[in-house]
Design a protein around this ligand. Sequence first.
Ligand SMILES: Nc1ncnc2c1ncn2[C@@H]1O[C@H](COP(=O)(O)OP(=O)(O)O)[C@@H](O)[C@H]1O
Ligand SMILES: [Mg+2]
Length: 330
Amino acid sequence: MQLHETPFGLYQVTSFRQSFQPMPSILSISGVSKTYATGFKALKEVNLDIQRGEIFALLGPNGAGKTTLISIICGIVNRSSGTVTVDGHDINKDYRAARSLIGLVPQELTIDAFESVWRTVNYSRGLFGKPANPAFVEKVLRDLSLWDKKDAKAITLSGGMKRRLMIAKALSHEPRVLFLDEPTAGVDVELRQDMWAMVRRLREDGVTIILTTHYIEEAEEMADRVGVINRGEIILVEGKAELMRKLGRKQIRIELREPLSSVPDGLSRYALELSGDGTELTYTYDNQSDRPGVASLIRDLEASGIQFRDLDTKNSSLEEIFVNLLRQEP
Ligand SMILES: Nc1ncnc2c1ncn2[C@@H]1O[C@H](COP(=O)(O)OP(=O)(O)O)[C@@H](O)[C@H]1O
Ligand SMILES: [Mg+2]
């Protein structure tokens, strides 16, 4: 820290922070809107920066605009306004450079049914102008447990294998940013776990991952940061832990020794809920509210002569947070 004298004789504190340049974001979306030919406005002024090496979940209900946004970044859909850069390359002015940094696993399967796994992945790599690299393609197929299927035609693969082949295709040209559009919709639990393990490995290799989902548990399990999108607008972007801390409601469940017929008046300020059989009290508070803390609740319970057997706390899930957020929307 440094102290500077100002013309008014006051001291101003400046820090050395400015000498540390933060790593520029790998993907920068600025003022992006999309109005489809039908006149429907699918995106409204979206601003979003994705950090290098993070797993970012774009979370929103069906129709929110997730696929539209990804399609714009990947050059499949034209935006109506705004700019997008990938590692500093503008997706319009510098399309080839920008696109070659991106791998896309689209929502719908797009593979040639009669082509072999091996040729599908190598062909895709060639489309990006990358020289053949059999050792790399072999590694990708091994990582995705597809190596023993390398000569099989796509049509003979199971649904899960077809998904993995889509991922292999998206990774074929060694992208630095991978988009997974609803990667686990209709995928069984086992494959889902494999997929997440693979995503984490990719992140360790320095690949930035952006996934879209309407499953909150998925965002909760996988993401470092979460952006919530609704009706074409990003309504919140937050580190996952921060999101939970800020918006999470906490509940304390108090198991009573003796059932109560009603909550004593002395405890009214806690707005406790009494279970139907009178044996449980629930106290709900959010981290930001000024409701009294747990310590005072316990003191007041004792003062009212209420004894309890057990007490446990639970954080609200992202699901509850999400429902609350959307409820606040006008
Ligand atoms: N080609 C199109 N023409 C007109 N409307 C479209 C088109 N594609 C998508 N939409 C509409 O835009 C909205 C956002 O769609 P989409 O981006 O696919 O949402 P999500 O992926 O979040 O489910 C939806 O209401 C959808 O019906
Ligand atoms: Mg979609």
